[in-house]
Every structure is written in structure tokens, then in C-alpha cells.
Design a protein around this ligand. Sequence first.
Ligand code: SF4
Ligand code: SF4
Length: 199
Amino acid sequence: MTPYKRKRYWNEPRMSAWERAYLPEILRGLSITSGIFLRNMGRWMTGRKGALTTYYPEETRADYAPRNRGKHVLTQRPDGKPQCIACNLCATVCPAKVIEIEAGFDPADTVHPKFPLRFEIDYSRCVFCGLCVEACPEDAIRMAKEVPGLPAEDRHQMWLTLDEMLQWQAQRDAAKPYPASASPPAAPAPTAAGDRGHP
Ligand code: SF4
Ligand code: SF4
């Protein structure tokens, strides 16, 4: 039986005798790393900025990618209540399963009786894909281009709550205004033919 011959690629690098000696290249790599370290350290000690790093949290980067989606916002109705109808579509579509919604029921609100009692996103696991925004049928959840203050010492502090999402950057759906106060729908006018749907 022919022994297995591993495939070789056309651009496989070939090491020179100097590189195969191993130690000289190790020393060369160490000298590059140490040189950069000492240069940055010298700049830092003399009050100048060395490496291209951001000294968080004193500094925040201004060059986030233009496609950075940002942080979640829940839109409000004119009375300040969440526009969300707690349909759970966003939680269902979320690939990381980080949205938790507890639905409430308000029989006095005849227009939208279902609302979120609790709406939370676990930012320690959110991948900021924006699918929740795409899935929402009510334009009730958006993402605003803001860098979320993510770092925390405890991941249990990284839950984004309903109040925070409603208040930190209040937004409304101007394209679909709600009535200031929900009123019961008008009864259909009686017709001479009566109710044709129910003979
Ligand atoms: S952005 Fe993506 S991962 Fe984060 S809550 Fe929305 S759907 Fe889930
Ligand atoms: S945010 Fe939108 S998709 Fe999510 S529960 Fe509320 S209405 Fe449904």
C-alpha cells in the first residue's frame, strides 16, 4: 500500500539555513518587541503618547466603524409607555437568546392591551447583529449609534433593562402616531341588510 503523501502547496515558504538555526531568529524577534516596548515606555514616561492604544475609560475611541450598530432603544408612545406589544418576535429571532420579555395585560388599553412588564437584554452575550430590530413589527426596538458602556466587573450587571432602554435616548415612532388616549373602537353602524356575515 502506498504511504499517504500530504499535499504540498505551490507557495509553501522555505526556510533558509539561517532561519533553520532557530536561535538567531528568536533573538531578532525579541529585539524588535523589546525595542517597541522601550520606545513606547519612554514616550509614556515623558508625557507623550506611545502606542496607538486607547486609555479606557479616560479615553473612548472616536473611530468606531461606520457600521457599528450601537445600543438598543425602545421607542415610546406619546404617553411615554413602550411601543412594544410584547409579541416576543425579537426574542425568538435573537441568535444569542439574550432577550427576556415578561408580558403584561392592561384591559383598559383597548388599542394595545399587551405590553412588556419586563424587557431585558443580556449585554454580556449580545452579538449586536441587529436581527431583533429587523424582526420587530412595531418599530418598537431600535439601535442608536452610541457605544454601549460595556465593561463591568460582574456580568450580572450587564443586563440592559426596560427603563434604561426607554429613557437613555427617548425615541418615538413619528410615522405611526398613537392616539393620546386609547378609546374603544366605534361600533359599526347598523345597516338595513343587517349583519351579512352571520345569517
Ligand atoms: S442585536 Fe442580535 S444578539 Fe443582540 S439582542 Fe438583538 S438579535 Fe439578540
Ligand atoms: S420589541 Fe418588537 S418584536 Fe420585540 S416583543 Fe416588542 S413588539 Fe415584539
